[in-house]
Design a protein around this ligand. Structure first.
Ligand SMILES: [Zn+2]
Length: 169
């Protein structure tokens, strides 16, 4: 009956995979393989596996380390730039939208008195001397002072807020 197992086949396999076959193994193992059909098969199969592994290793293209480093640097720089650019852009867009909507709301709320004030000014300029304009200006400011103050505050506060936000980023 032909044996299907050999106690030395794992040893033969290890020797081939560790590149010890055939020079750096015991002479007794070599003699056994020459006489043992199972170990001869193991030797043939392990040799094929090892050849394929060598071929794969030879074909693997390892990029040069300087290029790898350079690509990593470029990638890090690009990511840093994107990370820095994103919050500033968002803050600017939000601040700009806020300022525009506030200004629009202010102008919409005040356009009625603004137009009537323009008409009054025009008619006053047409009919009155310069000294007569002073009481008119005082009346204008006292009547619409709150709105003027609000507009001035918005014009000052919004750019300041945007500036502070950008400093903090
Ligand atoms: Zn054997």
């Amino acid at each position: 009956m032909k044996p299907i197992d050999c106690e030395l086949e794992s040893e033969v396999l290890a020797a081939v995979l560790q590149n010890r076959w055939p020079d750096r193994v015991d002479a007794s193992l070599r003699e056994h393989v020459a006489a043992c059909a199972i170990c001869a098969d193991v030797l043939a199969i392990a040799g094929a596996i090892d050849d394929a592994r060598e071929e794969l290793r030879a074909r693997a293209v390892v990029p040069d380390s300087g290029r790898v480093w350079w690509l990593a640097q470029m990638r890090a720089r690009r990511e840093a730039a994107q990370a820095a650019g994103r919050p500033i852009t968002a803050a600017q867009v939000i601040a700009f939208a806020c300022a525009m909507s506030l200004l629009g709301a202010c102008f919409g709320a005040t356009s009625a008195w603004f137009q009537s004030a323009l008409r009054q000014t025009a008619s006053s300029l047409a009919g009155l001397r310069f000294q007569a304009l002073l009481p008119f200006a005082v009346a204008f400011v006292s009547e619409h002072g709150a709105v003027l103050l609000g507009m001035a505050a918005i014009l000052l506060v919004v750019p300041a807020a945007v500036y502070l936000t950008m400093l903090r980023e």
